[in-house]
Design a protein around this ligand. Structure first.
Ligand SMILES: [Zn+2]
Length: 263
């Protein structure tokens, strides 16, 4: 874990898992996510070590066998004020962002995508809530999660979880692209008034209802509901309304991007 203390204890978590499948080296899944996480820490230390919010880099084990490390982290830190979790898992050269089902993050991510000149980030922000990586335990505790989706070469994808997931598949260019974009994203989240409200203690918002042992949250965007999962007996579950107060992403973001790419 690496921590950049902010003026506020509210924090942005950037996460990646370091375990892989034993049959291969796990270079793409998730050596590259690990390398991106390390480079985000390097870039923040160099360009933006002090921010409004705290930024925490979290490197976890056991994703492949059941999200063990990220579940443990959330179990230990769910009472912290985590504004958002950005997950790096098999991340290629960034092409789009996903707001992970948090509607209020969409305009913010649209601005970031637009401001990242020189990168081919789609202005169309995904907003589906996938569950198959370390962001899942955060999501199930009502913490907004963000995914950076990216381009991978065919031989990176075709050796998923097999012997061929080896270091020769790694692209230095894709790594530096992803590290630059993830750094900008973390930095902007930690300083822009995308004030995703700190999670309220315990009591679910009016859009969440308990149904037996489960919590169901209404999606105000499309009128559907989401099963937020079975309640863990020891952890209160919550559904966090996100209050967004966006402003134009400053020119600084482009400067940071250029600096990051030339580093
Ligand atoms: Zn993975």
């Amino acid at each position: 874990m690496v921590i950049f203390p902010g003026a506020s204890a509210q924090k942005i978590v950037v996460g990646a898992h370091f375990d892989g499948w034993d049959v291969g080296q796990g270079a793409v899944d998730n050596g590259i996510g690990s390398a991106i996480l390390f480079d985000v820490a390097r870039l923040l230390k160099r360009y933006s070590p002090a921010n409004d919010l705290t930024v925490e880099g979290v490197w976890v084990n056991g994703e492949e066998v059941g999200l063990v490390g990220s579940k443990k982290y959330v179990e230990m830190h769910y009472k912290d004020s985590i504004v958002a979790m950005i997950n790096m898992d098999t991340t290629g050269s960034p092409t789009s962002f996903s707001a992970g089902g948090t509607d209020a993050l969409v305009p913010f991510l649209e601005r970031i995508a637009k401001a990242l000149n020189g990168f081919s980030i789609s202005p169309s922000i995904g907003n589906s809530a996938g569950t198959n990586s370390d962001h899942q335990p955060f999501m199930l505790h009502g913490i907004p999660t963000i995914a950076v989706w990216g381009k991978l070469d065919p031989d990176m994808v075709s050796h998923y979880h097999d012997l061929g997931d080896s270091f020769d598949k790694v692209s230095k260019r894709y790594l530096s692209d992803a590290a630059a974009v993830a750094s900008v994203l973390a930095r902007e989240m930690a300083n822009s008034p995308v004030r995703t409200a700190p999670p309220p203690p315990a009591k679910p918002s009016s859009s969440c209802r308990s149904r037996g042992s489960r919590t169901v949250c209404a999606n105000r965007r499309n009128g559907s509901s989401t099963d937020a999962g079975a309640a863990a007996p020891s952890l209160p579950r919550r559904c966090v309304p996100v209050v967004a107060d966006h402003r134009t992403v400053s020119l600084e973001i482009s400067v940071l991007t250029i600096s990051a790419r030339s580093a």
